[in-house]
Design a protein around this ligand. Structure first.
Ligand code: ADP
Ligand code: MG
Length: 609
């Protein structure tokens, strides 16, 4: 058992990090970290009323002697750090020696602890920072800390607490993160006497993920394990095509510590770039192991931010590791297409009205064989003289391949008053429709166009308060986590106004009873989860009704579109006509271009006519 020392002022000042206990979940975090640091293989967390009435964390770890128990409550008392240089070698969660005294100063605090070798335990009780008593007590080896009446003496803090449901949700999330970080420790979480979650000792992360998120989730994940000079990445990532509307299931750990790192988040998102639609996020539980000297965990005391000394190297490594795994998986399970939107064998119930799925129209061979990439049909702003000269046209300046996507679509096609002179040439690569138009050749992104049409149609319906919903024959049960339940409960009425009827039937359990007509019932659960994702990000604020309607319409448009694999002439022309009847035809709801044009002039120039 390590002994506790007081940090010198010098070291304390160098750390210069005021511990902030801003909410009940922060207390839980600190206590659970201490239990894990003490080598516990079993941790029980109990709380009531969102943690404000009481929080208790009990472990079977190393325990503390009477002297150590008292010392642990002194500021900067820690058994884990002696010199600042040790900060570079941190293998423990805690190191500041500030948590216990901070908590004890704002609550009623009871500590009971006993090292295995001691015949009895010690009990220390502190109230609002003042010692009440120290005495011997009976206790199994380990430590039990009970914090009650949190912030009673600090009304200002208390005022900032959210509803019990919200605070409770934060506690659940915190315990989850540490349960993922330490599968070999058994975890029990009890709220108001009810077991919310219980996991035995697990031998693998996969098992623990199954315990926490359900077995179903593990089927969607791939194991990652790659080591390179001084870096190791392990854990689980979503298979290609598995994604969420929010970042909440991108869980990252550095040296086992749950962290927020822009570098890691971006690296992950970038790795999925090709298979991830805009506004969707990967699923991951990833552990980075790195020389502690190369990480700064002390950036922000209360938050989970970390910085890497060499952000670029870490980023590159993570991208390589994830890409390699995705590529391997892609070879065996090509699920890059959004599965729920292109279900084979199921007729698309809701493509644009009046247009049966026609046979593939013949595709102009010249267009098919034309390599699009090397073209620079829309040179970005540059001296006009250069691009106008024949020599410039003969050898177009090299442009990055994405230059097609960044041209200004506004300037291209005039809204056709009628479609006179338009001819449908065919679909290409499934997603694109090609047209001959009086001014040139138009390439249309069918999905982007459909989404725009649906988006404006739904927005108009929402604004008029028109709701057409279909009652489900069998209500769909949905189990949510505590945060999601709390958010959803607050907005059941709001969703009802959009045709989505959800009823609560038991804690964290809901039933979807009716869905809007444009939504395929089979997509109802995923749509509900996506809507909750928007709520989590504060993007469905009822007080900003216009914005909320817009967010909802954007999400709904993605779900409403069912793209037939090919388009008939009638369908393609109808789509163009409907697109140009929109107020904003040039961009998809997510801000991507819907189409672009090779003008006849550009074609002539290209062929040096
Ligand atoms: P830190 O974790 O930063 O060292 P804390 O204030 O959280 O600071 O804890 C102070 C000290 O009390 C720890 O260093 C540890 O020695 C001891 N301690 C706290 N909680 C426990 C526990 N559950 N089991 C054993 N020792 C503990
Ligand atoms: Mg600690």
């Amino acid at each position: 058992m390590p002994t506790i020392r007081i940090l010198t002022d010098r070291v304390a000042n160098q750390i210069a990090a005021g511990e902030v206990i801003e909410r009940p979940a922060a207390v839980v975090k600190e206590l659970v970290e201490n239990s894990l640091d003490a080598g516990a293989t079993r941790v029980v967390v109990e709380f009531s009323h969102g943690g404000r009435s009481s929080i208790r964390v009990e472990d079977n770890g190393s325990g503390m002697s009477r002297d150590d128990a008292l010392l642990s409550l002194e500021r900067h008392a820690t058994s884990k750090l002696v010199e600042t240089a040790d900060l570079d070698r941190l293998g423990t969660f805690g190191f500041r020696g500030e948590a216990l005294p901070s908590i004890a100063s704002v609550a009623h605090f009871e500590l009971q602890s006993r090292p295995a070798a001691a015949p009895e335990g010690t009990e220390v009780v502190i109230n609002g920072g003042k010692l009440v008593h120290v005495r011997a007590c009976g206790l199994a080896p380990g430590t039990r800390i009970t914090v009650s009446h949190l912030f009673n003496s600090v009304p200002a803090r208390r005022k900032f607490l959210k509803t019990d449901a919200t605070e409770s949700a934060h506690i659940v999330q915190t315990v989850r993160l540490y349960a993922l970080a330490c599968p070999q420790t058994a975890f029990t979480l009890v709220e108001d006497g009810r077991v919310l979650f219980q996991s035995p000792v697990c031998s693998t992360l996969e098992e623990r993920v199954g315990e926490i998120f359900g077995r179903q989730m593990t089927a969607d994940l791939l194991l990652v394990d790659l080591a390179e000079a001084g870096l190791k990445l392990s854990g689980l990532i979503g298979k290609p095509g598995v994604n969420r509307a929010t970042r909440h299931e991108m869980l990252m750990f550095v040296n086992r510590r749950p962290v927020d790192s822009r570098t890691l988040n971006y690296a992950l998102i970038e790795s999925y770039a090709t298979s991830l639609a805009k506004g969707r996020y990967p699923v991951a539980v990833l552990f980075l192991e790195i020389d502690p000297a190369a990480v700064d965990v002390n950036v922000h005391p209360a938050k989970r931010e970390v910085r890497f000394r060499n952000e670029g190297a870490v980023r590159g490594f993570v991208i390589r590791a994830v890409l390699q795994r995705l590529r391997e998986a892609g070879a065996t399970a090509p699920t890059f297409a959004p599965a729920q939107e292109n279900r084979p064998g199921m007729p698309p119930p809701d493509h644009l009205p009046g247009d049966p799925i026609g046979p593939v129209a013949p595709v102009a061979p010249s267009m098919m064989s034309q390599p699009f990439r090397p073209f620079t049909p829309f040179p970005p702003a540059r001296p006009a003289a250069g691009t106008g000269s024949p020599s410039a046209a003969a050898s177009p300046p090299p442009l990055p391949p994405h230059s097609l996507a960044i041209q200004n679509p506004q300037s291209k096609i005039e809204n056709p008053a009628s479609l006179a002179g338009w001819r449908f040439l065919g679909t290409a690569h499934g997603d694109y429709a090609l047209f001959e138009a009086p001014g040139g050749i138009v390439v249309l992104d069918r999905r982007a166009a459909h989404e725009r049409v649906w988006f404006e149609r739904l927005q108009a319906q929402f604004a008029r308060g028109e709701v057409a919903s279909q009652r489900l024959l069998f209500a769909l049960p949905v189990e949510l986590d505590a945060i999601a339940s709390a958010l959803l409960l607050d907005r059941l009425k709001f969703l009802h106004r959009f045709g989505l009827e959800v009823a609560e039937f038991g804690r964290n359990f809901f039933r979807i009873e009716a869905v809007p007509v444009w939504l395929e019932p089979a997509d109802a659960e995923i749509f509900l989860r996506d809507v909750i994702g928007l709520m989590r990000e504060g993007r469905l604020d009822e007080r900003k009704a216009d914005l909320a309607r817009e967010e909802l319409a954007r999400l709904a448009a993605q779900k409403a579109v069912r793209l037939p694999p090919t388009a008939s002439e009638a369908e393609a022309l109808a789509l163009i006509a409907q697109l140009f009847a929109c107020t904003q035809p040039h961009l998809s709801p997510a801000g991507r271009p819907t189409q672009f044009e090779f003008s006849r002039g550009e074609l002539a120039k290209r062929f040096q006519r």
